[in-house]
Design a protein around this ligand. Structure first.
Ligand SMILES: *Cc1c(COP(=O)(O)O)cnc(C)c1O
Length: 371
C-alpha cells in the first residue's frame, strides 16, 4: 500500500496560516483518545477555558473553543447574535470583512458595509459619522488583524463608538490572538472569535470564542431559534459548563489536547514576551526586506507583526518566486487576494514561526529566489 503520509516533509510555514506547530503540541495530539465525558477530559476542558480567558483577558463565563476552523468561530458569533431582520454594520477593508458580511446576510441580517481601501485601516472618524446616520444597528463587526492585507484595525478606538450607539461589538481575532494584545474586557468587546492555526500554533480545527454578558443576554432573549443546530451556544454551553455536562456533539478530543498544550506554551512563555517576540521578528523581517529593496504595503503604524504584506516588484513573476521558495527551500508564503492578487506576498510570522532564525532562513531563501 502506498503511504502518502510518509512523503510529507516539514515545511517552514510563513504564510497566512497554518503556522508551524511546536513538538509539544504534536505530542499532545498523539495522546490516547478518551471519551468526551471522561472526568479526565472534563478537567482538560475546564483548564482550556481558564487559559483562553487569560489569553483573551476576559472573565466572560462563556469562553470556549468551537469545533471547526476560524470561520466556524465567525459563523458561531453571527449565528448566535443575529436574528433575521437585525441591522448589522460590517467594517470592511479586506477579505475577512467581506466574509463577515456574507455570513451575516445568509443569517437574514439586514447588512450594510462601510468600506475602506485595502491596505489602509478602518477610520474611527468615518465610523462615528456613519453610525450617527440611519437607525440603530444591533451589531457592529470588525476584523482586528486583516490577514488579507496585513492591516491592524483600531479595535480599541472603535469600541466606545459602538457602545455609545447601543450596538453589540463583534471582533475577529483569528490572526491577532496569541500574537498581539487582545483585551476583551478592557475594550468592551461583546463577542470575539479566533482560530487555532494562526498565532496559537495548533493545527487548524478549533475556534476559540467568547461572549460578554450583554451578548449572552441577546442570545438568551432571542425570539427565534439559532438557525444552526451545530453552532447553537445555548446547547453547547450546557456541555462546557456546570456539573451536568449535557452531550451535544462529540468533542474533537485530540484537537483539544493540542489546544491545551498550545495555550500552556504561550502562557508559560508569558503573554508580554510572546507579543514582544512577534514584534522583534517583524522588525527583523522588515529591515531585511527593505535591504533587498522591497517595499511594504502598509504604513508602519498599522502593520501587523504576524502578517507582513510586501509589494511584488515590477516584472517579477510572484508565483514563480513562491514556487521556488516551496520547492527548493521548503518555505511557504502566501499570495495576494482579491484586488491585491499578483501585487503582494503575504509573509506570516505567526506563533511558533515568529523567531529570528526563521526570518533569517527566509531572507536568504528569498534572495536566492528573486530573479
Ligand atoms: C484565517 C482567518 C479566518 C478564517 O479562519 P479559517 O481557519 O481559515 O477558517 C477568519 N478571519 C481571519 C482574519 C483570518 O485570518
Amino acid at each position: 500500500m502506498d503511504d502518502l503520509l510518509r512523503d510529507i516533509d516539514a515545511v517552514l510555514l510563513m504564510g497566512p496560516g497554518p503556522s508551524c506547530v511546536p513538538p509539544q503540541v504534536y505530542e499532545a495530539l498523539a495522546r490516547p483518545t478518551i471519551g468526551h465525558m471522561d472526568p479526565a477530559f472534563i478537567g482538560i476542558m475546564d483548564r482550556i477555558k481558564v487559559m483562553l480567558q487569560e489569553l483573551m483577558r476576559t472573565t466572560n463565563p462563556v469562553t470556549l473553543p468551537m469545533s471547526g476552523t476560524g470561520s466556524a468561530g465567525m459563523e458561531t458569533c453571527f449565528a448566535n447574535l443575529v436574528e433575521p431582520g437585525d441591522r448589522v454594520l460590517i467594517l470592511v477593508n479586506g477579505v475577512f470583512g467581506q466574509r463577515m458580511a456574507d455570513v451575516a446576510a445568509r443569517l437574514g441580517g439586514q447588512v450594510e458595509t462601510l468600506e475602506f481601501d485595502w491596505g489602509t485601516p478602518v477610520d474611527p472618524g468615518a465610523v462615528e459619522q456613519h453610525l450617527a446616520s440611519g437607525d440603530r444597528r444591533a451589531l457592529v463587526a470588525v476584523v482586528h488583524a486583516e490577514t488579507s492585507t496585513g492591516v491592524r484595525n483600531p479595535v480599541e478606538h472603535l469600541a466606545p463608538l459602538v457602545r455609545a450607539h447601543g450596538a453589540l461589538y463583534l471582533v475577529d481575532a483569528v490572526t491577532s490572538l496569541g500574537g498581539a494584545p487582545v483585551d476583551v474586557d478592557a475594550w468592551a468587546v461583546d463577542a470575539l472569535y479566533s482560530g487555532t492555526q494562526k498565532c496559537l500554533s495548533v493545527p487548524p480545527g478549533l475556534a476559540p470564542v467568547t461572549l460578554s454578558a450583554r451578548a449572552v443576554d441577546k442570545l438568551r432573549g432571542r425570539s427565534s431559534k439559532v438557525s444552526s443546530w451545530y453552532l447553537d451556544l445555548n446547547m453547547i454551553t450546557q456541555y462546557w459548563e456546570g456539573a451536568s455536562r449535557v452531550y451535544h456533539h462529540t468533542a474533537p478530543v485530540n484537537m483539544l489536547y493540542g489546544l491545551y498544550a498550545g495555550l500552556q506554551l504561550i502562557l508559560d512563555e508569558g503573554l508580554d514576551k510572546v507579543h514582544a517576540r512577534h514584534t522583534a521578528a517583524h522588525a527583523r523581517l522588515v529591515a531585511g526586506l527593505e535591504q533587498l529593496g522591497l517595499e511594504m504595503l502598509v504604513e508602519p503604524d498599522f502593520r501587523l507583526p504576524m502578517l507582513n504584506a510586501v509589494r511584488v516588484p515590477a516584472n517579477v513573476d510572484e508565483a514563480a518566486v513562491r514556487r521556488r521558495l516551496l520547492q527548493h527551500h521548503r518555505i511557504e508564503i502566501g499570495a495576494g487576494l482579491g484586488p491585491l492578487a499578483g501585487q503582494i506576498w503575504r509573509i506570516g510570522l505567526m506563533g511558533h514561526t515568529a523567531r529570528a532564525e526563521n526570518v533569517d532562513r527566509f531572507l536568504t531563501a528569498l534572495q536566492d529566489s528573486l530573479p
